[in-house]
Every structure is written in structure tokens, then in C-alpha cells.
Ligand binder design. Structure first.
Ligand SMILES: Nc1nc2c(c(=O)[nH]1)N[C@@H](CN(C=O)c1ccc(C(=O)N[C@@H](CCC(=O)O)C(=O)O)cc1)CN2
Ligand SMILES: NCC(=O)N[C@@H]1O[C@H](COP(=O)([O-])[O-])[C@@H](O)[C@H]1O
Length: 222
């Protein structure tokens, strides 16, 4: 019997995206095993969510290392020791070095709170409002050494409402994050999603553009 794919989640904060993955797994909609949850911050609430779900956790504090390379080596060594098939960045707030990314490229995902390539980096909701865009959202992408520039897999699209605050917009985007991240992870652990030399392939077809979903899309059927 083929062993269940093993997922590691890296996070730095609340872990609501981890919780969305755990909820899908509990509902039997995510055929994988959560091998560990790692954080660079001991106070990350996501660690408590993992512990409540019985998932092994560890803290690798970036401040305890002389440089990024040493920190990333410690992360990689932990992941290699645990043995993982997929690394999921879920609000992991450290830029990873090229050596780390190349070691896991093709099985390293991130969710970014904008419709990439728009608004790479931080403070995306404020910037989207300042730019006056009519739609915004989130993107799940394969991670590459260049920040927030990896091949996009799926995007969750939301309308921007007149008078939106960054907080209101962030909340609307996160509802879609919690739908598209489990979708992308399910595709990967089911063997439907891969990063190829030609780009992102879903069910053997290279995507011309990321799959776009919105609040009305029945993602459980995709
Ligand atoms: N090599 C890559 N590393 C990471 C990527 C990526 O695409 N390539 N995605 C990010 C996630 N991310 C946005 O989605 C992001 C995370 C962190 C930062 C950042 O500026 N971090 C600062 C520290 C900030 C802090 O500690 O609060 C830093 O690392 O110096 C930007 C974007 C994950 N890594
Ligand atoms: N640039 C990375 C970044 O900003 N990622 C964002 O961090 C949040 C983590 O929330 P969570 O801890 O509740 O999952 C998410 O909104 C994710 O898009």
C-alpha cells in the first residue's frame, strides 16, 4: 500500500491556513499525513493549533542563527529528518535562501495575499486599496528563489468594495485563502499537480494561467 504523502507546514503566526488544511483533512478531503509544523516564532498560535491536532511541532528561531544560510540549513535538516513530500508555507515570514528553495523546489508551496504578479512583498491589502483596484485576492504558487515570483497555481478573487478598510479586505481575501490552499494541496498530494520545465501542470496539462476561483466556485468539485 502506497504510504500517505507527508506534509510539513511552516508558519510564523495565527495558522488559520493551517487550520483550513486540518479541517479538510478531518473531513476526509485531504489524503495526506501532517508530518510536522515548524515555526520561527515560539509564540505562533499556529503551533497551538497543530498541538491540538496531535501534530509534532518544532521551533527553529531565526534569531539563534548567524545568518540566513545557517537558519535555512537547520530548517532543511529538520524536514529531511522527518521526511516530507510537500512543504507548505502558510504565513511563514522569512525569505528562504536559494539553496533551501532548490532543495525543495517543486514540492514547496506558498500562499500570497494578492493576485500575483501584482503586489509582491508585504502590506498587500493597503497597497491594493491605494492603487484603487476593483478586484484583489490571493495566489498559491510554487516557491522559487525570487520572492513571490514563483509559478502561480490557483488564485482566489474577491471584489474590492468602496470604503473597504485593509482589515475588511484582508478578511474577505482570507475566506478565499482557506478555500484555494486546501484545493492546491489536495491537487498536489493526489498527484494531479506538478511543477515541470514547461510550468505548472494540472492533470498533465500545462496551465496558461493560474486557475481562478471566486466565492461562487464549487472548489470541492475541481
Ligand atoms: N525565496 C523565497 N522565500 C519566500 C517566498 C518566496 O516566494 N521565495 N515567499 C515568502 C512568503 N512571503 C510572502 O508571501 C514573504 C515572507 C516574508 C517577507 C519578508 O520581507 N520577510 C523579512 C522578515 C519579516 C518579518 O520577520 O516580519 C525577512 O525575511 O527579512 C516577504 C514575503 C516566504 N519566503
Ligand atoms: N507574504 C506572506 C504573507 O503575507 N502571507 C499571508 O500571511 C497570512 C497568514 O495567515 P495565517 O497565519 O492565519 O494562515 C495569510 O493571509 C497569508 O496570505
Amino acid at each position: 500500500m502506497t504510504p500517505s504523502p507527508r506534509i510539513a507546514v511552516l508558519l510564523s503566526g495565527s495558522g488559520s491556513n493551517l487550520q483550513a488544511l486540518l479541517d479538510q483533512h478531518a473531513a476526509g478531503a485531504l489524503p495526506a499525513t501532517f508530518a510536522c509544523v515548524l515555526s520561527n516564532r515560539a509564540d505562533a498560535y499556529g503551533l497551538q493549533r497543530a498541538e491540538a491536532a496531535g501534530i509534532p511541532t518544532a521551533v527553529v528561531d531565526h534569531r539563534q542563527y548567524p545568518d540566513r544560510e545557517a537558519f535555512d540549513r537547520a530548517l532543511a535538516e529538520h524536514l529531511e529528518a522527518v521526511g516530507v513530500d510537500l512543504v507548505v508555507l502558510a504565513g511563514f515570514m522569512r525569505i528562504l535562501t536559494p539553496v533551501f528553495v532548490e532543495r525543495f523546489q517543486g514540492r514547496l508551496l506558498n500562499i500570497h495575499p494578492s493576485l500575483l504578479p501584482d503586489f509582491r512583498g508585504l502590506h498587500t491589502h493597503e497597497r491594493a486599496l491605494e492603487a484603487g483596484v476593483e478586484e484583489h485576492g490571493c495566489t498559491v504558487h510554487f516557491v522559487t528563489p525570487e520572492l513571490d515570483a514563483g509559478p502561480a497555481i490557483v488564485q482566489g478573487v474577491v471584489p474590492v468594495h468602496p470604503g473597504d478598510s485593509p482589515e475588511a479586505l484582508a478578511q474577505r481575501v482570507q475566506v478565499q485563502e482557506h478555500r484555494v490552499y486546501p484545493l492546491a494541496v489536495r491537487w498536489f498530494v493526489s498527484g494531479r499537480l506538478a511543477l515541470t520545465e514547461s510550468g505548472v501542470a494540472l492533470d498533465g496539462q500545462v496551465l496558461e494561467a493560474p486557475v481562478r476561483v471566486d466565492a461562487e466556485t464549487a472548489v470541492d468539485r475541481l
